[in-house]
Design a protein around this ligand. Structure first.
Ligand code: DAH
Length: 351
């Protein structure tokens, strides 16, 4: 067959192929079949020697024209396919969807609770202070009227750093530090921080958090203590809360008091609504007593005032509470260890 006639059949044949090509990869295959190094056009051109020298220039010219035509056909189809692909991607793109916010971190629940409690006391005029976690025996025990043979001074409970130096076992040494620093009343401070004990089981960790509060002036009575703490607890847990004061003992307060609040799960009834309707007989947080122990407090013992050089006219109250306990109650967390494991699935919930 005439080579020129064969050349002229290339374009229509490519065209029908392109019409069926529905993807860029199919288009690429056709490109190679027709215009590649071993493609249809190249194969025809390699038959140039079959022609007489007089016919060759015309064939060369026709071949170049066909090459241009084929290339143009492929490119036109390519731009159509690209446009179609973009259009269908756009059709799937919903610009009204909300964006994905990157997680930028959040405050630890213990920090959140400490900040909230400090803020509540700041509103009442208490100033937030902080002090060292490595303490002297004097600040941690001696000045707080712990007798030499008190079990808290035993190796069982206290982490000793060296002779006379301990990891503070409570935030109460901040009472001593703040009074020594101020030298005289009035004084109202709140001191959040870490404390350490040789304890480690499901309900105790060797490090945990406390908040100490202290108010010293003249003529401060148990009524001030009671009013202040009741107001604070109701702001923290809700205005319906019942608060109960029970006699207790701490070496550095006299009288000493332990404070209970009505159970925040069963509202003090000791019974929980059951899933079947009616009531379960037992509330698991308050063990059906209806009450939860929440903090220790009392009137500052004159022996403590004597240690820091405050005169006999001084009166004041102090209190200390465990932050983990408050956080567990506020957020309904059942396992103390959650606070210390650093599991992001847990931590991400507090924003
Ligand atoms: N320091 C005590 C403890 O760790 C808590 C405490 C009780 C603090 C009574 C006080 C207080 O300030 O008055 O168990």
């Amino acid at each position: 067959m005439n080579l020129i006639a064969e050349l002229e059949r290339l374009a229509p044949s490519l065209q029908s192929g392109l019409a069926r090509a529905s993807s860029l990869s199919e288009l690429e295959a056709l490109h190679i079949d027709f215009l590649g190094r071993k493609g249809a056009l190249a194969r025809l051109m390699s038959r140039l020697p079959e022609l007489s020298p007089g016919e060759r220039p015309a064939f060369g010219k026709a071949a170049n024209a066909v090459k241009e035509e084929l290339t143009a056909l492929v490119e036109r189809r390519r731009s159509m396919l690209v446009a179609e692909a973009e259009e269908s991607a756009l059709a799937r793109f919903d610009p009204s969807l909300p964006g994905r916010r990157p997680w930028t971190g959040s405050l630890h629940p213990i920090t959140l609770v400490m900040e909230e409690i400090c803020r509540l006391f700041n509103e009442l005029g208490f100033e937030t202070i902080s002090g060292p976690e490595v303490e002297t025996d004097f600040h941690n025990f001696e000045a707080l009227n712990f007798p030499r043979d008190h079990p808290a001074r035993d190796m069982q409970d206290t982490l000793f750093v060296s002779d006379g130096i301990v990891m503070r076992t409570h935030t109460s040494p901040m009472q001593v530090r703040s009074m020594l620093e101020r030298k005289a009343p009035p004084l109202a401070v709140i001191a959040p921080g870490k404390v350490y004990r040789r304890d480690s089981d499901i309900t105790h960790t060797p490090m945990f958090h406390q908040i100490e509060g202290l108010l010293v002036d003249k003529n401060i009575s148990l009524a001030h203590l009671r009013g202040t703490l009741t107001l604070f607890l109701r702001r923290l847990f809700g205005s319906e809360l019942k608060v109960r004061f029970r006699p207790s003992f701490f070496p550095f307060t006299e009288p000493s008091v332990e404070v209970d609040i009505s159970c925040i799960l069963c509202s003090g009834t000791g019974r929980r609504p059951s899933e079947q309707g009616g009531y379960d007989e037992s509330c698991r947080i308050c063990k059906s007593t209806g009450w939860l122990e929440i903090l220790g407090c009392g009137m500052i013992d004159p022996a403590v005032f004597a240690h820091v050089g405050f005169d006999e006219q001084c009166t004041g109250f102090a209190f200390g509470l465990g932050v983990e306990r408050v956080a567990m109650l506020k957020y309904g967390i059942g396992d103390l260890r959650m606070f210390f494991e650093g599991d992001l699935r847990f931590l991400r919930q507090f924003v």
